[in-house]
Design a binder for this molecule. Structure first.
Ligand code: ARG
Length: 582
């Protein structure tokens, strides 16, 4: 049995695993060895080698033989492949593998020469629809939408880099009951001056005020319902108001997307599917999936262990789930995607479970994934309005830039003002994004400015700074040794610190593929941090500009250049800019 070479296993690991698999076959017989796909992983402790394999223990149980003896026999069963300098057994039967430096160097150089630092083109011919950001018109954008925007955009970049066709669709909440509330409120409380100055803020104020009133004033609530019905029936005045709200909100969203370097392929909000909702309910009824219950039409999901899902309310209105069912049908028909991915906060888990289950019943076979994340807590009082998770993103980004600017002014007073500002933008916004992306999605994060902007911890600015430092080192190198071509000559990896950097570089393509496949941008963030730490140990230990020989100097400069290339590419995937100078 041959280990399948997938993009989730590095090329080196896959080759070594194949070699070991043959060794296990020779020692234990193909039948026993074939019970397990042998795996090779990066060594947990570099003192023992570059890679390791722990499968002698598992196969020993099957073969009923001592693991250490098996491991030793496997190491001797075949001549070493050209990639390996040595193979050793440690402890109860760990197989430790050490690469030939020249072979390792060749892999690193070859990877560096491939487009985008060797990101595997695993998505060729495949399509992903990515549904992210998706804020609600005229309702406050809350921290969940912001995280969805940042996380979704990274997934977007990851999948595109892997060669997938990506359709980034911003599923705006631009239809539904909130419009009755806003229209009613608008007529009663709009402040035209405020609307002209800061339209979305004014719409939000109106929404909140009107919504509050629905709770205590039944006549008001009824009025809101009537406005909604009028809108749904195409009343020209209400339609015009609705259009105005959508346009004003979209302008504001676009300003935020621009600041965040986020772009969508389309903005098909809920309203786009409006005329398909009745058809979905009819289809569910005809298939015997939906039933009448207390005046509403519902789908029971007892078998799935899920709560009942209302697809048409008593008053004839449709629900969020109905809208998502119409949307999924339309997306499947239009794009025949291999998967559709939805990015929202954790509170929507039940909704997606229900709607996925009903989609299955309707015969949709496309893979549907809900990527959910925990809510982020923000520092007390700063940007929160009303409830804790409603924030003014603009204000948060302004503050990020202001704080970054203060740091830059202090550290680089000689830099021209305009350059300082541009840099502050890259650093401030990068810091906010990285603080979000570097945490496991599902854990709740407490945002802290000090941590987000730290120059010496696992932060965006730290990685940007690491990249910029390498760039300035390479500039010095070019100035001191003009005409010396770093791409000429060999990459020498004789020192353990150089070796660790090289091994880290080789892990980049896998980190990208894994981050995408398991929907965890933090895998890539952790990788970039580990790479910059390996680089920093290398840099502290070995001199580049004052290396002993020209060959060594050139080789080290080349290694630096390769690291900078990976950092740039990786930060780009996290939508974080990598300025050459900080
Ligand atoms: N507009 C929704 C909200 O703000 C998020 C939509 C997510 N996408 C979807 N297809 N349901 O909660």
């Amino acid at each position: 049995m041959i280990t399948e070479v997938t993009s989730l296993v590095g090329r080196t690991e896959a080759e070594l695993a194949q070699w070991l698999q043959a060794g296990f076959g020779a020692v234990l017989g193909e039948e026993v060895a074939g019970k397990l796909a042998v795996r090779v992983t990066p060594a947990t402790d570099p003192a023992f080698g570059d890679f390791q394999c722990n499968d002698a223990m598992a196969l020993a149980k099957v073969a009923k033989k001592p693991p250490r003896a098996i491991a030793e026999a496997v190491c001797r069963a075949q001549p070493l492949p050209p990639s390996l300098a040595k193979v050793e057994v440690a402890g109860p039967g760990f197989i430790n593998l050490t690469l030939q430096p020249a072979w390792l160097a060749r892999q690193v150089v070859e990877q560096g020469a491939r487009p985008r630092c060797g990101i595997p083109q695993a998505g060729g011919g495949k399509t992903v629809v990515l549904d992210y950001s998706s804020p609600n018109v005229a309702k406050p954008m809350h921290i969940g939408h912001i995280r969805s925007t940042i996380i979704g955009n990274t997934l977007d970049r990851l999948y595109r880099a892997l060669g997938y066709r990506v359709i980034a669709d911003n599923h705006l909440g631009d239809w539904g009951t909130q419009f009755g509330i806003i229209i009613k409120g608008f007529r009663a409380f709009v402040d035209q001056q405020k609307l002209a100055e800061s339209p979305v803020e004014e719409l939000e104020r109106i929404y909140v005020k009107s919504y509050e009133q629905t709770k205590s004033d039944p006549a008001w609530l009824d009025g809101c319902r009537q406005e909604l019905v009028k809108l749904q029936q195409g009343d020209p005045e209400n339609l015009a108001l609705w259009k105005q709200f959508v346009e004003l909100s979209r302008e504001e969203f676009n300003r935020i997307y621009q600041r965040l370097d986020v772009a969508f392929d389309r903005y098909h909000g809920e309203s786009y599917y409006n005329d398909k909702l009745a058809g979905v309910v009819r289809q569910l009824e005809e298939a015997g999936l939906a039933k009448e219950s207390e005046g509403a039409t519902v789908v029971f999901l007892e078998e799935e262990g899920l709560p009942v899902c209302i697809v048409r309310k008593k008053d004839g209105g449709f629900n969020y789930a109905t809208s998502d069912l119409a949307t999924v049908q339309s997306r499947v028909a239009e794009f025949q995607p291999d998967r559709i991915v939805y990015v929202t906060d954790e509170r929507q888990q039940d909704h997606f479970k229900q709607f996925f289950a009903i989609s299955r019943k309707l015969g949709i076979t496309t893979r549907l994934d809900h990527v959910w994340f925990g809510l982020m807590r923000l520092p007390e009082g700063t940007f929160s309005t009303r409830q804790g998770n409603v924030i003014k993103l603009d204000k948060m980004l302004d503050e990020a830039e202001a704080r970054a600017l203060a740091i830059i002014r202090e550290q680089s007073p000689e830099m021209p003002e305009a350059a300082q500002r541009e840099l502050a933008q890259a650093v401030g916004i990068g810091a906010v994004k990285y603080a979000d992306l570097s945490h496991d999605l599902r854990t709740m994060i407490v945002f802290s400015w000090d941590r987000a902007l730290a120059m010496d911890g696992n932060s965006g600015p730290y990685l940007q700074y690491a990249h910029a430092r390498i760039c300035s080192l390479l500039d010095k190198y070019a100035a001191q040794f003009p005409g010396e071509d770093i791409a000429a000559g060999e990459l020498l990896l004789n020192d353990p610190a150089e070796r660790q950097v090289a091994l880290q570089i080789l892990q980049f393509p896998v980190a990208v593929a894994r981050a995408a496949e398991i929907y965890k941008p933090s895998v890539l963030a952790e990788y970039l941090y580990a790479l910059s730490q390996a680089y920093s140990s290398f840099y502290q230990r070995l001199s580049v500009l004052k290396a002993e020989s020209m060959a060594q100097r050139r080789s080290r400069a080349r290694l630096c250049d390769l690291v900078a290339g990976v950092l740039r590419e990786g930060l780009g995937l996290l939508a974080i800019r990598a300025p050459r100078r900080i």
